[in-house]
Design a protein around this ligand. Structure first.
Ligand SMILES: NC(=O)c1ccc[n+]([C@@H]2O[C@H](COP(=O)([O-])OP(=O)(O)OC[C@H]3O[C@@H](n4cnc5c(N)ncnc54)[C@H](O)[C@@H]3O)[C@@H](O)[C@H]2O)c1
Length: 305
């Protein structure tokens, strides 16, 4: 998502310094910006103090984001949500910059309220396998609110719901890359449980638009930014099969622990405050991502040969 944010900010006329330790990200996602004099990349860990000089805005998106990544990198996930949030808040505080925290729908856990409004406090298992991510983000929200209250930093918190599009890793276990890769390789699509659990998928350009609007708004409490159209995982698999033209079948596997059964944002707050709503439906977004996934799967296949 960070590379898309860089594209958009440069497109809007800004200069951008991207900071990443490449724990789960790839530099190749920024290859196309290498010759842009307004763009700079610095490889560093945001859990350590850092200073890129005066900036107008800080967007803290650093964190392993997929269940595969945060289960492999559990402790770095806790650190980047806590120490990384403090260090990036310090940069915003030092330069009087706007600050946006990329939080998550995972703050709602396996929700007992549906759809999820920002006022819902969530139903999170604090000691389960997903807690390294969920609780790190909940802590990051608390730290961000504290910098607003104690240091008057102009902070914003976006709760992102499943976002997809080009440049995603194809093997990090997230639903859409997983299905795309399996469909393109002619493998069975893996559905956990009965596939009746729901998710709502937001195309990346819609998400970035919402994030930018929020960062310039006067709202400091969390705002959901996601696509409210809800699909069962089985319906999502069917859409992927239709868009890719694949003849793959569906294979069922046991549901992982604490897997949320329902996920759908209530976006009335984003509509009201930001005049934002997503424009790209799942089928269109999948078609727009097709070429990227085809190429990524082909590269993976040739590198294995
Ligand atoms: N994509 C989604 O569906 C989604 C949903 C909810 C929230 N989010 C949040 O949005 C943000 C971006 O997610 P994404 O999907 O682009 O994931 P991503 O893995 O592609 O990007 C996260 C980036 O953070 C970097 N990073 C991790 N730890 C770091 C550290 N200590 N210092 C510097 N860089 C570090 C990684 O190398 C990676 O490039 C994350 O904070 C994630 O939690 C994403």
């Amino acid at each position: 998502m960070g590379s898309h944010l860089c594209d958009r900010l440069l497109g809007d006329g800004c200069s951008v310094i991207a900071v990443d330790n490449l724990l789960t990200g790839r530099l190749s996602n920024l290859d196309h910006l290498r010759n842009d004099s307004r763009f700079e990349f610095r490889q560093l860990d945001v859990c350590e103090p850092f200073d890129c000089g005066p900036v107008d805005a800080v967007f803290h998106l650093a964190s392993p984001a997929s269940p595969v990544d945060y289960s492999v990198h559990g402790i770095p996930t806790l650190k980047v949500g806590s120490l990384g949030t403090f260090q990036s808040l310090e940069v915003a505080r030092k330069y009087g910059a706007r600050y946006l925290l990329a939080s998550t729908s995972e703050c709602y856990g396996d929700p007992l309220e549906h759809p999820q409004k920002e006022t819902y406090w969530g139903h999170v298992n604090p000691v389960g396998p997903r807690s390294v991510y969920d609780e790190a983000k909940r802590f990051a929200e608390a730290a961000t609110m504290a910098y607003l209250r104690y240091h008057s930093v102009d902070t914003h918190i976006v709760r992102i719901f499943n976002t997809y599009g080009p440049r995603m890793q194809i093997n990090d276990g997230r639903v859409i890359p997983n299905f795309m890769r399996q469909a393109m390789r002619g493998e069975d699509l893996t559905v956990y449980g009965e596939g009746s659990q729901t998710r709502s998928f937001c195309y990346v350009s819609d998400e970035i638009e919402g994030i930018l609007r929020l960062s310039k708004s006067t709202e400091h409490l969390p705002v959901n930014v996601g696509n409210p159209t809800e699909f069962t995982i089985l319906e999502c698999a069917q859409r992927v099969l239709a868009v890719t033209g694949s003849k793959s079948k569906v294979r069922y596997e046991p549901l992982p622990q604490d897997d949320p059964k329902q996920r759908r944002p209530d976006i009335s707050k984003a509509k009201r405050l930001l005049d934002w709503e997503p424009k790209i439906d799942l089928e269109t977004g999948l078609k727009m991502s097709l070429e990227y996934f085809r190429q990524a799967v082909a590269e993976e296949t040739s590198s294995r040969a």
